[in-house]
Design a protein around this ligand. Sequence first.
Ligand code: GCV
Length: 670
Amino acid sequence: MPIQEKTRARDTCWLPEEGQGHRAEKVHISVVGNGFRLDTIKKVAQTYLPRIFADVDIVDAEFANVIVGTFADLGRSERVGHQEGYRIFADGSQLIIAGDTEFGVLYGFYEFLKKSQQGCPLLTMEAEDQPAMEVRMINHWDNLDGSVERGYAGKSLFFDNNAWAASDEEIVQYAEMLSSIGINALTINNVNVHAKETELITEKWLPQLAKVANLFDAYHITLFLSANFASPMTLGHLQTADPLDKRVVHWWKTQVEEIYKYIPTFGGFVIKADSEHRPGPFTYGRTHAQGANMLADALKPYGGVVFWRCFVYDCLQDWRDRSTDRAKAAYEHFAPLDGTFADNVILQIKNGPMDFQVREPVSPLFGALTQTNYVMELQITQEYTGQQIDVCYLPMQWQEIWSFDTHANGEGTKIADLLSSRQQDGKGKGVTAVSNIGNNQNWTGHPFAQANLYGYGQLAWNPEQCPRKIAEEWAKRTYAHLSAEVRQTICSILKRSWSVYEAYTAPLGVGWMVNTGHHYGPNVNGYEYSPWGTYHFSDRSGLGVDRTKTGSNYISQYKQPVAELYGNVATCPDELLLFFHHVPYTHMLKSGKTVIQHIYDAHFEGVEEVEAFLEAWEGQKEAMPDSLYMHVKERFEAQLANAREWRDQVNTYYYRMSGINDERGRTIYK
Ligand code: GCV
């Protein structure tokens, strides 16, 4: 797949494009009051409103038909009761966009922009809203050399050849995109902080990063940095990074003081420690709470926060040792430490117990922590879900995850509630996700992958939203210039894409049949006899991982009745069967098919669906610009080749292993 080079100004994605619409209504807008984000609103208004309305002007309040400001600045007594909330309403012949703070006003303005783009008449634009999640963060895995770990949209937006690469215009455009979907926090560098990247927290980089932080801050996006736990050794030339060593404590305090001298709005650190060869407190016999609290203490005077990742597991496992189960690791490491973390530490927990597979159960650590702050970490970049070659609309998956009932506080304790700030005294602080952005002109490689970023922001703001509706909204905003039929084709593909991807890859929740290293394409035994702890245990008589009492007993980490539901082969949902159980190929699923027949059928059907995607796309050829048509068509062709390879490898493997024929007599193996 050729990487599209950066040749001209980036796509605007869902924000209005030049010359998109010419609504006749006049928009004479007045932004009342002074403030950093209010200045931003003026800029956003000047850039985007003329792309929607023919007659746009920024005017004094008495001449305006759209008035923007905080309730206080507008001299009004109403309040939303949330610093990021807003209200849009008509007052006589004027439309008012107001919030309790300028953050709320900014989000209200974006809502106004969205409604304007969708053709909603001005004076009917009633809305009142506030975000469900307090933290709505994006994590870049960008390296200073310009590479992006698990990046599929070109090179880093920020760095190249160990220097800063982005222009201010690019940062502003990116900030606009993120802020328009409610993102309020950002890390720009990889959680794997290599030697060079440790320098980001030093004077060498801080003046540049101060400018960047300021550009993002104008859009109410707080800059964080990933830091290396052993920085006192790499940068400070100490012999240790022991979090209880006074010299180490002093080193971090001094370094943090330096950061805040340059960046007073700095958010804090994201830390990957004792994970996949990253240094951490275990080296010194310390706990993760001791490690995290030491950093939190250094950040506390400035209001900074530590996001401490729970992706801690043994990646040097002996594959013959069936008593060790990687799925158990995060809970085993962190649940016993509940209540020992400082209040400015936020644990960052991946959605599932393994690693962003197309299907995993929800991590049992959610709901287990009652006295420790946490966020959920998702992956927008499609490392295991098609790498932005295959289309895979992930909000379908996220919505299922967030609807999961943990039973943490009895029946009805859904993940979305736990993460939401609507929960009284809750410790869930929101959500973060690994970025799918790169320096490709369309930002995400596959243009449809933009829908994943869009959907992430929308769901973080309001997890109750239907992902199908979000897809429609995204398509309507992004492809306003194309026919309703094209948009419908795109949406119908998006809506099916996650289950299609699941169908032609690893079956029934077992995961990990991918090529090692780059993680694209099938390799049934790629990770099977490796130290990474990711097995499917297929043999002559069956497949799947026994995580019940007779196996690793991972299920005991769940609350009842979830543990019982998953632990009992009769009640375990089909789609997670092989994650929790080792069963014979002839095991009967709830669908009425045997496991082996399901494997065959799903893989044939998955490929047929991708063929249908391509055909549907080809049917719309005349209705869109050639460049878009060809770009997406090439990706569908690559996806189809990938899906066929998955089908052939998986079906052949299981035909040989089981010796059982496909009941429909299709050729599995020649
Ligand atoms: C940034 C997986 C990925 C790694 C990633 C790691 C993590 O193992 O393959 O590239 O490292 O997750 O989340 O830290």
